[in-house]
Design a protein around this ligand. Sequence first.
Ligand SMILES: [Zn+2]
Length: 72
Amino acid sequence: MAELERSYLLELWSKNVCPNCGKEIPEGTRVGSGKKSEGGFCSLDCYGENYKADLTERHKRVVAAAERHRKS
Ligand SMILES: [Zn+2]
């Protein structure tokens, strides 16, 4: 996994933002492998979708979600 994507995933984790859909993750509902560096998602659907997507598509989503929340 690209270093930049990893740092975005950590950033989104700390903000409780889903890297797949960019929505906020409600307390206690985060889904993922348990590793911060692999990200936390709002639902099993998003988790599955994110890992189904190819690397380029996945990276775009993660970057877009991080950018969106940096501005707000
Ligand atoms: Zn989601």
